[in-house]
Design a protein around this ligand. Sequence first.
Ligand code: XMP
Length: 535
Amino acid sequence: KILILDFGSQVTQLIARRVREAHVYCEVHPCDVSDDWVRAYAADGLLKGVILSGSHASVYEETTDKAPQAVFELGVPVLGICYGMQTMAQQLGGKVEGGHKREFGYAEVRARGHTELLRDIADFTTPEGHGMLKVWMSHGDKVTELPPGFKLMASTDSCPIAGMADEVRRFYAVQFHPEVTHTVQGRALLERFVLNICGTQPDWVMRDHIAEAVEAIRAQVGSEEVILGLSGGVDSSVAAALIHRAIGDQLTCVFVDHGLLRLNEGDMVMDMFAGKLHAKVIRVDASELFLRELAGVSDPEQKRKIIGRLFVDVFKAEAEKLKASGQGHRGATFLAQGTIYPDVIESGGAKSKKAVTIKSHHNVGGLPEQLGLKLLEPLRDLFKDEVRELGVALGLPHDMVYRHPFPGPGLGVRILGEVKKEYADLLRRADAIFIEELRAAVDPASGKSWYDLTSQAFTVFLPVKSVGVMGDGRTYDYVVALRAVQTSDFMTADWAELPYSLLKRVSGRIINEVRGINRVTYDVSSKPPATIEWE
Ligand code: XMP
């Protein structure tokens, strides 16, 4: 296994992810663990290497965090990254100085000397024959003097010591970040370290993660009970399946149907979890309550707040009912959530907070405090694609796990203005047609369906009427907009260039099959300045 010591960088979990991608088991622990802890951790002989992460500290913030000195005395390879390199240099007798200017972003690094870590790894070679790496840098301080026993491994114009190595002790360090994808050879470099230099076996698979996670959940929960809000989305579904695997009937899922779900979604969720997995699931049909409270409200933020508040109310009431019923249930002491790593960064892990709320996203914040429950978040170290892989390994259907994201407020933000049941019913049917056609349409160039080629696709209901003609008659009906975007992070997005033939088929079917809609438009706005959802 590999130990990653975290100095607080926002990208530490990316290091873990890259190590897992190399099929090697790793654990992230805080950098301030003691020497004794480190020695005990390594005592079973399974530890094959240590990685010291970067730090969030900038030139404006001093940090004096150090790695436990024992790390350098275990006899295993150590890789320092960014701040990890600086502390390695300092602790082993080199020198670090405050940089006068902060280096941030793209850089080209020249490989110096021959080291095992960088051997044959380069993006291009200069006419003089130097191997060059395209990397991502982010640092203020820099190493100005190599510690004894180290040689220069890499440099840039502004950072003469951008990498160093002591190949006898197998200590390596780089000032740049190999864990981010902007560093083109980053993955190769990290693989070289964990596989070749540390000598680990690439035999870790997601199935092993299930076993580890199951053990961890059992240890945390003991004989207590857990309650989970199942939404039908990927994250809560995978969390539910994983926790159910670990503790079976100690888990109760509460599925709040707010009446703003997609066509047949509620039945599908019940079929999967109650039917196939035999999990305890309580379905609460709260659609009337939601529609009643939303009546007459057309402001998007207000709609979101109402939906969020009602969700919490309904969930809370259900949790209390469960406790009172005493039917083999002593009441939950844990609230499970499908929080994944990007959520952790977004809500608190990160220091900088966006100044303005564009849209208030997280609909269930504050729930654990209000209910007086402890949190169980078994997915908090995983990235979305890892969560999906885990879902498949747990036996969830591929289509469910690879579904596009669906916002918590559901169709509530896809019906512009006031939400009405009539609108929701029309929208559900139109949207189901759009999604069905996207799944069926295969792009010949890639062999993939247009559903898989888009990151998110859905239909938006516009509460305006336009005139049409059908048969011999005049129609005066509603309009829908189709939205399909491609994005890697949902922060920016391009509208998808769907084939006209596909748009034509979708439009034809919606207008013919959904009485009440007589016009279909396609949204050709990118984000920014538009957002993905319309509200
Ligand atoms: P926007 O519309 O801000 O959406 O470009 C970016 C992504 O976030 C999703 N989204 C939400 N998800 N609760 C959620 O759980 C919300 O209130 C919410 N609003 C937007 C949206 O579907 C897209 O994937």
